[in-house]
Design a protein around this ligand. Sequence first.
Ligand SMILES: [Zn+2]
Length: 127
Amino acid sequence: MKRTELKRRTPLKKLSKKMQKQRSQEVKLKKQMLKEQGKCGTDDSRAVCLICGKWALLDKHEIKSRGQCGDALDRENCVCICRTCHDECTNGIIKLSVEGDDLIVAWVKTMKTKRILNYTKPLEVTA
Ligand SMILES: [Zn+2]
C-alpha cells in the first residue's frame, strides 16, 4: 500500500501573548523558588526537593491544578519537587494539601503523612 507523507498545512499555533507572559512569569517564580530551596550556580534547576529532600532536578508543581482553578503564579500554590515526587503527585500516589502555613504530604497507599512547616519560606539548607 502506498502511503502519502503527512504534511502539515498550517504551522503549529504559537503561544498567545497572554500565555507567553504567563509562562515567563512562571519561569521567574520557579527560579526564585529554586533559589530558596538551595539552588547554586546558574545553569540548571537543581535544588532540594521539598518532599523527599533529595538534591535533584526540580519541577514546579501546582498543589491545586489549573483544572481546579489553581493559580500557577500563586507562590502558595506552587512547590518545587523532583521528577519522582512530581510523577507520584500526578499519578495520585501522593496527595498534597495546605493547612495554614504548612504543606501536608500524604502517601495514599500507606496513609503516611509528612508535614512541611512554612513551606513557602526559604529552606535552611545545610551543605
Ligand atoms: Zn522528591
